[in-house]
Design a protein around this ligand. Sequence first.
Ligand code: DAH
Length: 330
Amino acid sequence: MAPDSAAVEAIRVKYLGRKGLVSEIYSNLPNVPAEEKPLVGKNANILKNKVTQWLQEKGQTIEEQKRQQSSAEKRLDVTMPGAGATIGHRHILTQTVDDICRIFEGMGFVTFEGPEVETEFNNFSALNIPIDHPSRDAFDTFYVDVKDPDKKDRFLLLRSHTSPAQIRVMKKYTPPLAVIVPGKVYRPDAVDASHSFMFHQVEGLLVDEKVKFSDLKGLLTIFCQRLFGEEIKMRFRPHFFPFTEPSAEVDISCYICKGKGCSVCGRKGWLEILGSGMVHPKVFEAVGYPLKKYTGFAFGMGVERIAMLKYGINDIRLFFENDTRFSNQF
Ligand code: DAH
């Protein structure tokens, strides 16, 4: 039995081809003795017909086999388990922002959002960052090709921190107020494992009468314990920010090595996670609050940095590449 259409075709060529056996018999007929010619001719016809018939039958069988095979392939097996539809989920940065905001909301803060395109006044001047301050350098900020509607000689910019939202909140509301502001910020940094030209911050601001530095310390201690776990240790280090006085940076005991010292914390056992301080009187002045009436504190943290520490992520670029092998881990 011919196994496939190629073998069947070979048989057709062998018998019925132009140089095949049947035509060979026909072309040799003139050499056959006259009395045998009718018999040879008749048998040649019989052979030709048989081969033709056989080829037809085989051709049909092969066609039928092909049909059956393809319909078997197409057939739906309703007993097979279904392919589960994958459901999307919040990006790890969104989850981290939400976790941070929920903790502060639980302590009475209200979430506020400010625009990413800001005025130079809100981003710098009102925050007591003078015109000749190094961070005003055009290379340290993305300026936008749009004139500031308030100060026509100035251009708008992409906010380089979430702190300008403090100005917006204080211009709009009178104390007591407690807000938390998550959002994107931009800096013209070359991209590498720990830098990105766009990243996320969460800003906090609380203003009232008689707010003390110890209130800030207490609040941030509870925040760190809720975000990183009760056993986390903290320290406040004196620092400088133009918009707070006094200012402090907050370190937590290294989440990876638990304070023993590892490559993530540079063998120090401590990791810096946020900047904070008591709102500078110049900032209150810039928003038109009455002198000496209010005190308040502010703080700001980098979301990528917190997520990297919390989840042991060693390259900031992973957040923005949208490789599902990364994002599905969270
Ligand atoms: N805006 C600062 C930065 O981007 C972070 C910061 C520090 C915010 C101290 C604050 C603060 O509100 O009080 O580096």
